[in-house]
Every structure is written in C-alpha cells, then in structure tokens.
Ligand binder design. Structure first.
Ligand SMILES: NC(=O)c1ccc[n+]([C@@H]2O[C@H](COP(=O)([O-])OP(=O)(O)OC[C@H]3O[C@@H](n4cnc5c(N)ncnc54)[C@H](O)[C@@H]3O)[C@@H](O)[C@H]2O)c1
Length: 447
C-alpha cells in the first residue's frame, strides 16, 4: 500500500519506519529541511532505541523515503497519516494550526480516493475540522480515521510493533477495510483492533493519558504523606500494586511527570471540558499536584544544604524526562535547574542521551559532564532526576570521594536508604525516611 506520513517527529518517524518494515511503500514528509536531509543519510533527529536500524534497512530496501515535498507525499498516498505536533495553546487547549495546515494541503494535492488518518493527539471534533478543510478543495472522495498513538518514548518501536491494542475511529467501511489491512501484521498474536466512532477514538487517547497522569500524581501525594507519617512508599506501592484491580504499573513516585504528552494532554482535556461548561476536578488537581511535585527535589536539596543555595555547585544525573529518550519537553530536570540557577547555584549535569537537547535548551547556563562521575567533582550534592540504568548501581566510594559534601537527593528511589546511611551519605528520596550523614562503614560491606 502507498502510505505517506506527514511530520517526522517521535511519532511520525516510528509510524513510517514500522509501516515500511511490514512491506508498505512509505513516504515521510516534514517541513524542516535539515531533518529530512539528515534522515536521507540515516541520521536520526531523535534518540529512540531500535529506530535507526529500521530506518536504515527500509531506506536501503527502497520502501522508505524522506521528502520536504508535502504535495508529492500527499499525491502518492492511498492512506495519509497526519503526525505533526499539537502543542498547548496559551489557554491550554491543543494548538491545531499544524494539523489544519496539512489538511489544507491534502485537499489541493490529493490524486485519488484516500483515507486521512489523524495520528496526532487531537481533541474531539478535530477529524471533522480536518475533513472540512480538505473538502474545500478535494476533487476525490476521502475517508477520515482517528488512530490515536499509544507508544511510549524509549520503547516506541516495540510498542508500535506489538501494540496492546489498536484504536481506530472510522467513518466508512472503506476506511475500516484499509486500516484493518495496514494493522493486520501488528496484531497477529491476538491483541485487539478496536473499531469505534471517531469522537470516541479521539477521546480514548486523552482519557488514557489522563488516567496515567492521575496515577502518577496520586502516588506522588501518597509518597509525600508517607514521609510525614513515617511510612515507606515502596512498601505501599508493592502492597497496592499486587491487587489485580490496581496493578503494578505507573505507581512509582518521582519528581513529577513530564514529556511531550501528559502535561499538554491533561491541560487540553481540562480545557475541552471547560469549553463544554464542565469542570474536570480530578484532572485539574492532577496538574496542580504535578506542578508542586516538580519542586520537591529543590525543597529536599534545601532541607539538606540549607535555604541559601547561593554559591553551591550541584551535580544533576539525568536530564531527559524519562530514560531511553533524549526528550526534555516539560522535563522535571528543567524545573530543578531553573530553580537552582535562580538561587545562585551552579549546575553540572550528565545524561546518556539528552545532552545535545539540553544544550539547545540551556546553552552555557550550566556545564555538561562527559561521564556521570565527572559531574560530581567538587559538587555539594548529587541530585538524581532520571532513572537511567547506568545510575542504578554506581561506585558509591567514587561518588563520595568526588563530592564536596556527601549529599544525595534521589528523585527516583534508586538506592537503599539503609545502605546510604551505612556509607555515610545524607540521603533524601521520595516517600521514604531521609537519612542524615553518620559515621561511614567500609563501602565493600555494602557492595
Ligand atoms: N511523543 C510521544 O510520545 C507521543 C505519543 C503519542 C502521541 N503523540 C502525539 O503525536 C503528535 C506528534 O508528536 P511528536 O512527539 O512526534 O511531535 P514532534 O514535535 O517530535 O514532531 C512533529 C513534527 O511535525 C513537523 N511538522 C509540523 N508542521 C508540519 C507541517 N505543516 N507539515 C509537515 N511537517 C510538519 C515538525 O517539523 C516535526 O518534525 C502530537 O500530537 C503528540 O501529542 C506523541
């Protein structure tokens, strides 16, 4: 099948590469020429495990190509996926300007009957708006499909190749048939394709992200209360996660959620409800709790070092909003770093994948360390923000000897408080009792 994907960001590139992998002829188009030039040479604009191999192989085999010629991409498509960004507008609603700009081009350049798929996360009613734009100039019949994407950055290729489910909102039998054909190779193990009306499909994506964000904010509040009442949130998490009605996923407390989806999708859903005259009380609180949680690491740092951080040097491990990605959109690391810089501290940071992205966002306002250990040299404290695997079992003797003061603030509960106490660290984590510096035992006893 001839498929075109407009927008080659995290979603569009994964969708395009995976659909080429199952034998389709795929054209990926984007307005950013430098991105397309890089992709033609198999240079990816993002870090996503497994994606580079897919792009290279399918490009070599001639099933995947990249272009800035949006009109040509539209003209060659039987099925067109719109995967452009939908950032938050000033009032929190999803900004549809990119989606509608593509829709206007589709009407002008389509050459055959086609299915137009909204892959971007868009509010209920958007497929109708896209159809209205296309209809203004369309010379061929077309069909709409809302196909929300549930991939997780860091595991995006796997998630797309082996989805828990595929949600398809369609308005015709033609669209249903074409989309069934496209997705058949991805659901061979029996995971469902769930067909529904377009409004329900659009709503499903927001409801899913709203639910996941709610679990995170709920657990962050539980964690904060655990600290006050002397409970251990890790135990509480295991205690409730083993209940089959609750399940273990998305119960880890931390420094607040970030990334390109939860913050904007929660805001957009709250906004959609407001436009309908309804207040989404739960989700409004979820957002409020998350904003406060993003400041928890700075608060803990002040608990450990004192209120005046002026002149201190802080090592930060982890800049991406989660491991296995270079995405820093709305990352908790940014809230922490901005607060530290404002307080007069200096920051030296490390991240295995997001240093390039961080340099774009923060320039030379902080320094960047080549290794996580280099970041520690002469620092007054270490703050762990992202739970990259390589931070899980560090050489604690080296950590301690590199730091000026043995202070570790752990935003991901990676380390054992008893062990940290034994090693002589002052150690603060999320939802567990803090430990203050004591006489250290030998590191080897805990290794
Ligand atoms: N990133 C995720 O994990 C994820 C997961 C599920 C859904 N989504 C949704 O998918 C959509 C895309 O997200 P993303 O993270 O891939 O965004 P992104 O910002 O990484 O990529 C968007 C791409 O669209 C391009 N673009 C913008 N306007 C264009 C136009 N008129 N023509 C051609 N290209 C254009 C941009 O240059 C950019 O390369 C959003 O609606 C997002 O909410 C994202």
């Amino acid at each position: 099948m001839n498929i075109s994907v407009i927008g080659t960001g995290y979603v569009g590139l994964v969708v395009g590469a995976c659909l080429a992998e199952t034998g389709n002829d795929v054209v990926c188009a984007d307005v950013v020429a430098s991105k397309i030039e890089g992709l033609k040479k198999n240079i990816l604009p993002i870090y996503e495990p497994g994606l580079e191999d897919l792009v290279e192989r399918n490009q070599d085999d001639g099933r995947l190509s990249f272009t800035t010629d949006i009109a040509a991409a539209i003209a060659s498509a039987d099925v067109l996926f719109i995967a452009v960004g939908t950032p938050p507008d000033e009032d929190g609603s999803a900004d549809l300007q990119h989606v509608l700009a593509v829709a206007r081009e589709v009407g002008k350049h389509m050459t055959r009957e086609m299915v137009i798929v909204t892959k971007s996360t868009v509010p209920v009613g958007t497929a109708g708006k896209v159809a209205a734009e296309v209809r203004k100039e369309a010379k061929h019949p077309f069909h709409m499909c809302s196909n929300p994407e549930f991939l997780k950055e860091g595991a995006a290729v796997d998630d797309f190749m082996k989805p828990d489910r595929v949600v398809l909102g369609v308005d015709s039998e033609f669209a249903r048939r074409m989309m069934s054909e496209i997705y058949a190779p991805f659901v061979r193990t029996g995971n469902p394709i769930i067909f529904m009306d377009i409004a329900s499909a659009e709503m499903t994506k927001y409801a899913a992200n709203g639910m996941l964000a709610t679990r995170i904010s709920f657990m962050n509040e539980v964690a904060n209360l655990c600290e006050l009442v002397g409970a251990n949130v890790d135990m509480v998490r295991r205690g409730i996660g083993s209940d089959s009605r609750i399940g273990p996923s998305f119960l880890f407390p931390g420094p607040g959620y970030g990334g390109s989806c939860f913050p904007k999708d929660v805001k957009a859903l709250v906004r959609t409800a407001a436009e309908m005259g309804m207040e989404l009380k739960v989700l409004s609180s979820v957002e409020e709790v998350n904003q406060a949680q993003k400041l928890r690491l700075s608060e803990k740092l002040r608990d450990a070092l004192g209120d005046d951080l002026h002149g201190t040097r802080i090592a930060v491990w982890g800049l991406a909003f989660k491991p296995q990605t270079d995405d820093m959109r709305d990352a908790p690391s940014l809230t922490l770093i901005e607060d530290l810089l404002e307080a007069g501290a200096t920051v030296c940071a490390h991240d295995p994948a997001a240093m390039g992205e961080a340099k774009h966002k923060l320039n030379d306002r902080i320094t960047y360390a080549e290794t996580n250990y280099d970041a520690l040299i002469g620092a007054d404290a270490l703050v762990v923000v992202t739970d990259w695997n390589e931070y899980r079992h560090p050489d604690f003797a080296r950590v301690k000897s590199s730091l000026r003061r043995p202070v570790v603030i752990d935003g991901r509960n990676l380390y054992d408080p008893a062990k940290m106490a034994g090693l002589g660290f002052t150690y603060h984590s999320i939802g567990r009792q803090s430990v203050e510096q004591t006489q250290p035992q030998r590191v080897g006893e805990y290794a």
